[in-house]
Ligand binder design. Structure first.
Ligand code: UD1
Length: 382
């Protein structure tokens, strides 16, 4: 019997939300398995990092690489250099990454270069839009992975199309939804947040989030979207927690909110969850919120022209609306005037038990003798 060791990586806000229940499930399945948690520091603002960890009851990382922001290549390279040092010291049997952020890619590359088996959680999602940095990260990471866990049926078809071996792919469900289900009762009541923001807690409201470079870094698009939100706020108050990059661009362009279009700091996880749960609708370019809105049965208008999460369209509450004012107006009016209640459907295996299924496959896999043998033979650095 050998003693495996797992290194797990988090870097940006959505990673923490996915990793928290997975760490707990692994610990429950095999309390003696050494698991080392590395935070790359891609996100470092308290609202995007520290308070997220606290809200999720997640343990503190063993390593903080404190990489911070920069160009995509700079950030990826910095993470690679610092993460390589950790891996050489820890000598893990395998490395686990989640999602599609730059930290995911950087650490996947380090694993591949040091020939350590890589595990990818949330594998196989594809927007088929290579102008998105996340799409590049997903494709490369999946190609390098030895074990791939998927959240929806479309992902397996995408992976098979790209030549991934079927026996390496496991459909376990959505770990982010595990966290949602575990946290929903602790969510900060929306009325409390609305009152704090000076809004009537009994009036319906819309929630907005925006952070994609295609929307935020393009002045024409950002101005047009802000004007759509202003129009919407004449009909229903709009709460818009701004990601740091969004806040920065809004200020640069001299754009402003109003008493009914409330631009706020990013909220911590439990505050955002409370607001999302009770919103009349959410307008967003986030992938995670498309999934969370689906489970909470809140109409979601995606301010993009594609989604890598098609199950939120077929089984969920999501609609692709794009960024044109007319389309946004039409769709928001439809939601405001519709009396019909759509049936609530939740995608397969988004049941709060994805992490347990994942751990039941992962732990025995880590004990496979071929894996340890491989590590000793192949962990070389010259
Ligand atoms: C990253 C992910 C995106 C994910 C999002 C979740 C990539 C390519 N993108 O986007 O997929 O949906 O996280 O939030 O990895 N900044 C701060 N404080 C922070 C972090 C960032 O002020 O703690 C500012 C910096 O000016 C930085 C900018 O935000 O340059 C962008 O941050 P970055 O981590 O590069 O990407 P996100 O837009 O957050």
């Amino acid at each position: 019997m050998h003693n495996p060791k797992l290194v797990c990586v988090v870097g940006a806000r959505p990673n923490f939300i996915k990793m928290a229940p997975i760490l707990a499930a692994i610990q429950k399945t095999d309390p003696d398995l050494p698991v080392c948690l590395v935070h790359t520091g891609q996100h470092y603002d308290p609202q995007l990092s520290g308070s997220i960890l606290a809200g999720l009851n997640m343990r503190n990382p063993d390593y903080e690489l404190a990489v911070g922001s920069g160009s995509h290549s700079w950030q990826t390279a910095q993470i690679m250099m610092k993460f390589e040092e950790v891996v050489l010291k820890e000598k893990p049997t395998a490395i686990m990454v989640v999602g599609d952020v730059n930290s995911t890619l950087a650490c996947a590359l380090v694993a591949a270069k040091l020939r350590i088996p890589l595990i990818h959680v949330e594998a196989g999602l594809r927007s088929f839009d290579r102008s998105m940095p996340e799409e590049i990260n997903r494709i490369i990471c999946d190609q390098l992975s030895a074990l791939l866990f998927t959240t929806e049926v479309s992902a397996k078809a995408n992976l098979l199309q790209e030549g991934i071996v079927a026996s390496h792919i496991h459909f376990v469900g959505n770990a982010m939804i595990d966290t949602l289900i575990q946290s929903i009762e602790r969510a900060v009541p929306s009325q409390q947040t609305l009152m704090r923001l000076g809004l009537n807690p009994l009036e319906p409201y819309a929630l907005v989030t925006l952070h994609r470079p295609n929307n935020v870094d393009e002045p024409v698009v950002l101005k047009r979207l802000m004007s759509s939100f202003q129009d919407l706020s004449l009909k229903i108050p709009v709460v818009f927690p701004c990601h740091p990059r969004t806040k920065c661009q809004i200020e640069k362009l001299g754009l402003v909110g109003s008493a009914r279009l409330l631009l706020t700091e990013s909220f911590d996880y439990l505050t955002l969850l409370g607001l999302l749960k009770d919103a009349k609708m959410v307008l967003t370019d986030s992938g995670g919120i498309q999934e969370e809105a689906t489970v909470l049965n809140v109409p979601c208008l995606t301010l993009r022209y594609n989604t890598e999460r098609p199950v939120t369209l077929t089984h969920g509450t999501n609609s692709i609306v794009g960024t044109e004012s007319k389309a946004i107006e039409q769709k928001t009016n439809q939601i405001l005037t519709s009396k019909a209640v759509s049936p609530h459907r939740v995608p397969p295996l988004w049941d709060g038990h994805a992490s347990e299924r994942l751990a039941r496959i992962l732990v025995p896999w880590l004990y496979e003798p071929t894996l340890l043998h491989r590590k000793k033979e192949e962990l070389v650095h010259d």
